[in-house]
Design a protein around this ligand. Sequence first.
Ligand SMILES: [Zn+2]
Length: 217
Amino acid sequence: MKVVLLGAPGAGKGTQCKNIVARYSLLHLSSGDILRQERAESTELGKKAQSYMDSGALVPDEIIIEMMAKAIEKAPADGFILDGFPRTVNQAVELDKALVAGGQQIDAVLNLEIDDNVVSRRITGRRSCPQCGAVYHIENLKPKTEGICDNDGTELVQRSDDTQEVLSNRLDAYHRQTELLVDYYKKNGTVYDFDADRDPDDVGASIFEKLDALVKM
Ligand SMILES: [Zn+2]
């Protein structure tokens, strides 16, 4: 089974991805992780990507595509779940070409949909401990003493990209790109939308229901 997972920041993509990987023994192909690995190993692609990042530019599509195609080629026959890729229609088109060349295709696109206001509450309320990395939330996961880590008494901080302004920009960019991407995949009839405003366990159950049916086909 070959799956693409789409979800806005704060939609709980990480949690759902972990559960899907465990249930269906899929290889998790995260573009972020793969990019980090290529850079750490100083591969040809990693060095190219690094040079763009050093100059503050985005890594161009063709480098990302080549990197992901390489990772997909090595993936086991059981399948994989793509996380963070494709991000644009161009990437999706190139991905499809690479898959078709290998006699494969994307079986399902899972689209985690969530209201921007819900995302805002989840993300801007996050506080973390710079000492041990524990993550809290000012409403849903409060520390025993406000603003202080339960584990080590360190003062909690808000990550600089968890502010409303940064988040709004990320959400706008996400919606612009993802709407086009979802339209592209809907033409192939492979998109499943999930309401990710719900409890993560409920979202997971809905995803399993769809994927279980696919596996049986
Ligand atoms: Zn701590």
